[in-house]
Write a protein that binds this ligand. Structure first.
Ligand SMILES: Cc1cc2nc3c(=O)[nH]c(=O)nc-3n(C[C@H](O)[C@H](O)[C@H](O)COP(=O)(O)OP(=O)(O)OC[C@H]3O[C@@H](n4cnc5c(N)ncnc54)[C@H](O)[C@@H]3O)c2cc1C
Length: 400
């Protein structure tokens, strides 16, 4: 397995637990990263249940969302409490600790080996088949199967000749962190909800993180935006997007309370083919997703569950051609859900973009919030329910 993100850690656990030897190679020296996907949806909880984690251990910092709110020109046009339906609420989790939990469980199997701080530099071929990877410093490792879980910029995807079909470019997100000690009033006012703010032609999302009581703020960039701002200028720009009570609170914040931005370009795509003989692509590498309604963590876990169900019986039968024959089934089972998620995310993005860019529309909605709130809620719920549940995971009769 290449890459210790959610896809790589989850599939390593499932394969090792089935008593099959697996080596996980990760380039970074540790699991910590500045910021990665935090939102677990019911679809992600369903995958975790298949991983044997029907409830998250308390060592994983976590916080259930209390609901979703949308403010347009200062008027509330959506207020939906969590959970939307019977079942788990959307929950923010600290990804580093979640990954550590998966790896801790994988380590209980003598079949699991982890090599942290080892970069994979390429694929090793044995005839027509991919038969392992090359590593830093000229070393190499042979394998019956290489599973590339190396993220959205996957180098191995290119090496295996599996191009992405790219969706039209979307805007970028700039992520900021607001320090816990400076934002008590804003945090109390948020009451654990995920807030989206649209106003004055701009927009941002604001929510409390899983741990530390910091607030995370995602600012949607437009092409040509001047992003070279000081923290004070950013706070003023944020304040101009909203109204009281949020605007004055933002203006009063000390500039040291604002950390960032971390710039995350959005590239959305889907690899038409996820496999070659001896090679499989999973997670963001196979389907970089938009950040809209936070699906990446969930989809990566679900890829791993489906892949393990198909791979374990084939690996037990000895790999080779049996293994290669199992690979198309993984892609076949995962493609419909990914296509649907990307279509829904794109529709959600377009609606938000329409509202953000059309001042007259925002003014119309904000002039009569009581009239438009039921319609906005109905449209939002229709998409959100499909996004958060995913399609039935299904199962393979021979799976683990
Ligand atoms: C800022 C940000 C915010 C996000 N917010 C959310 C959210 O709220 N909810 C959500 O569901 N998703 C979110 N996502 C997306 C989510 O984090 C990803 O979809 C998810 O982590 C994908 O998992 P993955 O295992 O496919 O890849 P990744 O998590 O990207 O892991 C890939 C791993 O491969 C390693 N690697 C890469 N190349 C090599 C190599 N050559 N050799 C060895 N190792 C290598 C990398 O170091 C990395 O650890 C966010 C992403 C970002 C960047």
């Amino acid at each position: 397995m290449v890459g210790a993100g959610p896809a790589g850690c989850a599939i390593s656990l499932l394969i090792a637990r089935a008593g099959i030897e697996v080596t996980l190679l990760e380039a970074a020296p540790s699991l910590s990263s500045p910021f990665r996907g935090e939102a677990l949806m019911p679809s992600g909880f369903a995958a975790l249940e298949r991983l044997g984690l029907s409830s998250l251990p308390t060592t994983v910092p976590q916080r259930s969302l209390k609901g979703w709110r949308l403010l347009v020109e200062g008027q509330s046009l959506l207020e939906v409490p969590e959970p939307l339906d019977p079942g788990p609420a959307c929950t923010l989790v600290a990804q580093e600790e979640l990954l550590a939990t998966l790896l801790e469980q994988a380590s209980e199997s003598p079949c699991f080996k982890r090599r942290q701080g080892v970069r994979v530099t390429g694929l090793r071929r044995q005839g027509a088949r991919i038969g392992g990877v090359t590593l830093d410093h000229g070393a190499s490792l042979a394998a019956d199967l290489v599973v590339a879980c190396d993220g959205r910029a996957s180098m191995l995807r290119g090496q295996a000749g599996l191009p992405l079909q790219l969706a039209p470019p979307q805007h970028e997100v700039l992520w900021f962190l607001l320090a816990a000690e400076a934002v008590a009033e804003i945090r109390d006012w948020l009451e654990g909800t995920f807030l989206t703010v649209l106003g004055a032609g701009n927009g941002f999302a604001l929510f409390e993180t899983a741990a530390n009581q910091n607030l995370r703020l995602g600012w949607l960039c437009r092409p040509g935006d001047d992003l070279d701002l000081t923290p004070g200028e950013w706070l003023e720009r944020l304040a101009q997007t909203c109204t009281a009570p949020l605007a004055p609170w933002l203006r009063q914040l000390p500039t040291t309370a604002l950390q960032g931005p971390l710039r995350v370009p959005i590239q959305v795509g889907l690899a038409k083919r996820w496999h070659q003989d001896g090679f499989l692509l999973l997670g963001d590498g196979a389907h970089p997703l938009s950040p809209v309604r936070a699906q990446g963590l969930n989809m990566a876990l679900r890829d791993a569950v489906v892949a393990a169900e198909e791979l374990v019986p084939a690996l037990r039968q000895g790999g080779g051609h049996t293994l290669d024959a199992a690979l198309p089934e993984i892609e076949r089972r995962r493609h419909p859900e990914l296509r649907r998620i990307q279509t829904l995310q794109s529709a959600e993005f377009s609606s938000g973009e329409l509202l953000r860019s059309q001042g007259w529309l925002r003014q119309l909605l904000a002039a009569q919030p009581n009239l438009f709130r039921p319609l906005m809620t109905q449209i939002w719920l229709g998409r959100q329910r499909q996004l958060r549940q995913g399609l039935p995971l299904g199962s393979s009769p021979g799976g683990p």
